[in-house]
Write a protein that binds this ligand. Structure first.
Ligand code: NOJ
Length: 743
């Protein structure tokens, strides 16, 4: 028998965090096996083949005829970019003419809404509200599923610490813990109670892996990264998505340490399908199998197909590499049929799970489509989620919320009347004329009680002297000015990396000219990434970071401006002061020469021309009210392995407005066998409080929260001192204490 001490010692070292195998329904696996036995090699490979079907509907063309023939012959397993009940029914009916009548899967990039557009994912992450994020994904799924879609290519769970990377807008920001919570919420939101319900779609955790760490923030570039960094920072949200049951994963375009992700068996076989026991299927990114040739990793497309299927990529998106080469690769004995069977089984399983074999047109109900797409529920939710996504960065003199006695408001700026921009890059199916602009939102909110003046002040990229003069003249006639500045929709997103993330054009000149009128100026900044706007940060009285908020953008911003909603958003990503600070993130480690704001001292880890701190820190965001933190307590100061510690404190609304605070708990493992970050987010909670109201908040930290990857990638907890920090932002710690974990 083991002695108690030995047993404890073993537990100590072997807290292994593998994902449990997802349970499969034996009745479905049996059906899958039976069907597989009836399939020819060609039909099997067909399941691994996905085409973009834009040409499939509409006027007949040579391409559409070819695609139709492929489907009829059973050489296509799924299609992307065909949407709407009419179109999906039409294309599905072609698959029903194939020998085995295996239904097609219809997939689409439903990233932040389908017909109703929700805020971009980075904006929603700023809500730190998991229920709101889940609801947004659920309503997007509900609309898409009503419109014939079975499968969305979302959520993107890539951690991103470089705002030059345009796709930072599609993710949840810089932090692995917040990112994991959001990954789970989004997967659960998209996939609903059970897959097969007609208000749910299959989710895709993408892009596996480390895509967000693209060298120099340039989209599609390679990634060199230590395993340690991969495991501690980039993999956790993927693991959370797998654990939450994400039906599919998508490869990333990048290489990871020299191996393209699509052909990377370490990622796909060892980690995902091995250690994590993942039973869903993996789709390549658009032609990412073929791109392995361009990378210089495969001799030709056939070689790329061999590498991808061997590594564990199940579906070839739009590349045709599997379709053209797998048969000969099998015949030449280079690809065992067992490998093909394994991939096919994963795909068929999901098709059965969706109920498509019972009714291939299950998602093609035109009546349901029209009801769901016209249901006001989605617009109401989009407005509420948008309100929660707004971050109040500055509010000098409590200028916001605006007093309703003001007579004249000037709305100024290139994005004041923008609609298309609010829908951002992934606008898959929306009528963007239905978007509420900021100008419309403000006008609706005051309903004729006040005068709303308007000046465009130029375009996002340029304000001429005349534009500026006109804006100044309009501002001079108003009591207060609301400015709408930022990026246009095509400046962030896929392939929209920027080498300079300053607020574009000369919008800061426009701001300064307007501010020089002496009128109070509220600046709203819209965009898909953290931007740099130091002059505005220094001089504006009030700044709202409003991202791109979707269909209800203008209404949501007006709700915040007029105090109908008290802002509660917190930044999910650090905002740099200057480009040279990138990558900047809060969970840095200490150095041997830490810098503590001592500008005159040299030989410390600092810049000679810039501060170390970000302009706005991770977790930062103001409210119209204030919150006090007090009575921080631990239930014990000493714990032993596998114990937990309960942290409690009192949170009080110390201001005049009802509001919500995101209370954050950060942890530091003071001394460890691998240097640990100065602070790591471990828990958070969003609490609503009336003025004067207090609530005791409890957080429990267990073994897992104290663990980290050691130098050999074991997930372990080590004895020693752990510092607990409670606060309102990563740079606004209000109380701190410590406990010791003993052997
Ligand atoms: C390429 C993008 O990287 C991916 O995120 C998207 O899902 C596919 N294209 C399909 O549109």
């Amino acid at each position: 028998m083991f002695s108690k001490r030995l047993l404890l010692g073993m537990l100590w070292m072997s807290v292994v965090l593998d994902v449990k195998a997802q349970k499969q329904d034996p009745a479905i696996t049996q059906k899958v096996d039976l069907l597989l036995n009836r399939m020819t090699l060609e039909e099997k490979i067909g399941q691994l083949n996905q085409y973009s079907g834009k040409a499939l509907t509409g006027p007949a063309t040579a391409k559409s005829n070819d695609l139709q023939t492929e489907i009829r012959n059973g050489w296509v397993g799924s299609v992307l970019n065909v949407k709407g009940t009419k179109n999906t029914r039409e294309v599905q009916s072609i698959a029903m003419q194939s020998r085995l009548k295996i239904p097609l899967l219809f997939s689409l990039d439903v990233i932040h809404g389908y017909y109703t557009t929700f805020p971009i994912p980075l904006a929603e992450a700023a809500s730190w509200d998991m229920e709101a994020i889940k609801l947004s994904a659920h309503l997007a799924a509900r609309e898409a599923a009503a419109s014939g879609i079975h499968w969305t290519f979302a959520p993107m769970v890539d951690i991103a610490r470089d705002p030059r990377w345009g796709r930072i807008m599609e993710g949840a920001g810089e932090d692995p813990y917040l990112g994991s919570c959001i990954a789970e919420a989004r997967v659960r939101g998209f996939q609903g109670k059970v897959l097969g319900d007609t208000d749910a779609v299959m989710a895709t955790a993408k892009h596996f892996a480390a895509y967000g760490a693209a060298t120099a923030g340039r989209d599609y570039s390679g990634v060199e990264m230590s395993d340690h960094e991969l495991w501690q920072t980039y993999l956790p949200p993927f693991r959370a998505a797998a654990k939450a049951g994400a039906a599919t994963f998508m490869n990333s375009f990048n290489t990871l340490n020299g191996i393209p992700a699509t052909g990377n068996s370490y990622l796909l076989r060892n980690i995902l399908k091995g250690k994590w026991h993942y039973t869903g299927f993996v789709v390549s990114d658009w032609n990412s199998i073929g791109e392995m040739v361009t990378w210089g990793y495969a001799n030709d497309v056939k070689d790329a197909a061999l590498k991808a299927i061997t590594a564990g990529c199940d579906i070839d998106m739009e590349g045709g590499a599997y379709r053209k080469n797998l048969i000969s690769l099998v015949k030449e004995g280079k690809v065992p049929v067992a490998l093909i069977n394994e991939a096919v089984k994963r795909i068929l399983y999901q098709k059965y799970q969706l109920g498509l074999f019972d009714d291939p047109y299950k998602f093609c109900d035109e009546k349901r489509e029209s009801l769901v797409l016209n249901d006001k529920k989605s617009r109401l939710a989009a407005r509420s989620v948008a309100e929660k996504s707004i971050v109040l960065l500055k509010n000098d003199g409590a200028i916001l919320p605006l007093n309703t006695n003001l007579k004249t408001i000037a709305v100024i700026g290139p994005l004041a009347k923008a609609k298309r921009d609010m829908a951002a890059a992934w606008n898959v199916n929306q009528d963007t004329t239905a978007v509420v602009s900021l100008y419309d939102g403000i006008s609706l909110a005051i309903r004729g009680r006040q005068t709303v003046l308007y000046a465009k002040g130029g375009s996002v990229m340029h304000s001429s002297q005349q534009d500026i003069a006109e804006a100044v003249s309009i501002a001079s006639q108003a009591d207060i000015v609301v400015m709408a500045l930022g990026e246009s929709f095509d400046m962030s997103g896929e392939s929209k990396s920027r080498a300079d993330i300053a607020l574009p054009g000369n919008q800061e000149d426009l701001f300064e000219a307007v501010a020089a009128t002496g009128k109070p100026v509220i600046v709203t900044i819209m965009g898909g990434r953290p931007l740099i706007f130091n002059r505005i940060a220094n001089k504006a009285q009030s700044i709202l970071y409003t991202w791109w908020l979707g269909s209800e953008a203008g209404n949501a911003i007006a709700d915040v401006i007029f105090g109908k909603y008290n802002p509660s958003g917190k930044l999910p990503v650090s905002f740099p002061r200057s480009m040279g600070q990138i990558p900047i993130f809060y969970s840095q480690t200490n150095t041997g020469r830490p810098y503590n704001n001592e500008p005159e001292k040299l030989y410390l880890s600092s810049y000679i021309d810039e501060q170390n701190s970000p302009r706005y820190a991770f977790g930062y965001g103001l409210s119209y009210t204030t919150f006090g933190y007090s009575e921080l307590k631990l239930d014990k100061n000493i714990i032993f392995a596998n114990d937990s510690v309960t942290i409690s404190f009192s949170l009080t609304n110390t201001g005049r407005y009802a509001g919500e605070e995101v209370a954050q708990l950060y942890l530091r493992d003071e001394v460890a066998s691998v240097v640990r970050p100065l602070k790591e987010l471990k828990k958070f909670i969003k609490v609503q409080l009336q003025p004067g109201e207090s609530r005791i908040v409890h957080f429990v930290l267990g073994n897992d929260d104290l663990s980290f990857y050691d130098a050999k990638l074991n997930w372990i907890v080590e004895p020693g001192v752990f510092r607990i920090m409670i606060g309102s932002a990563s740079d606004d710690i209000r109380a701190s204490t410590a406990f010791t974990l003993k052997k």
